[in-house]
Design a protein around this ligand. Structure first.
Ligand code: CA
Length: 224
């Protein structure tokens, strides 16, 4: 899942980015409001973490303008303790939730997980396709009773596919949601990672149906 952080305090922005990358998210950062608005309105994100006091364009304005443009990416607002009246204004401007600084990283993670949309019918934090399960809190993946070890990017790709289960996802969509703006993504990068995933979640399970399907000319689909 790909996150945009709009925050002018470099120390905070950088520490959130590092933390989220360790939690397998792809992360872009904008240090001023105008860059943040440009990225949020031209790239696809699964959630935006938005500071309110920003140079260029403030957080409330960014929120309002995105919603006016029919961009409905979930937005988590960061407010200073002295600006608590702004959180109400923020929610009224179309933000989905807020966090008051200083906050614990664990709380930020929990809010993000709640905001990133779940596929229809999924309850809680475990994604399921057939007998494949992915726990978005512990990052444990298993098929049947067998635990599966994945690298960060393999996990991020599988999570994205599972959130879109039953739908065809194009390579472009996958790149957008699994890699960040600065990553070097080669034309065959997605294929390489799909192959790695298959070797872990499909090929060892010879008596079971393959879950990852290639839809020639369109992309991939995971379903049971
Ligand atoms: Ca600020």
């Amino acid at each position: 899942m790909r996150i945009l952080i709009v925050e002018d305090e470099h120390r905070i922005a950088t520490s959130i980015k590092k933390g989220l990358e360790l939690e397998k998210y792809a992360v872009d950062v904008a240090f001023d409001g105008r860059d943040g608005f440009d990225l949020a309105s031209t790239e696809e994100y699964d959630c935006i973490i938005l500071d309110l006091m920003l140079p260029g364009m403030d957080g409330l304005e960014i929120c309002k303008k995105l919603r006016e443009k029919q961009i409905h990416t979930p937005i988590l607002i960061l407010t200073a303790r002295s600006q608590t009246e702004n959180k109400i204004e923020g929610l009224d401007s179309g933000a989905d939730d807020y966090l008051t600084k200083p906050f614990s990283f664990e709380e930020l993670l929990a809010r993000l997980r709640a905001l990133i949309r779940r596929p229809n019918g999924t309850q809680g934090t475990v994604l399921k396709v057939g007998n494949l399960e992915l726990d978005t809190v512990s990052y444990n993946v298993k098929r049947g009773e067998k635990a599966i070890q994945l690298s960060s990017k393999e996990y991020a790709l599988l999570e994205y596919l599972m959130r879109q289960s039953g739908n065809i996802v194009s390579k472009d969509k996958i790149v957008t949601h699994v890699w960040n703006y600065d990553d070097d993504v080669l034309p065959n990068t997605v294929e390489v990672y799909i192959r790695k995933l298959r070797q872990k979640i499909d090929i060892p399970f010879k008596n079971e149906k393959s879950l990852i399907n290639t839809i020639r000319g369109f992309g991939y689909k995971i379903e049971s």
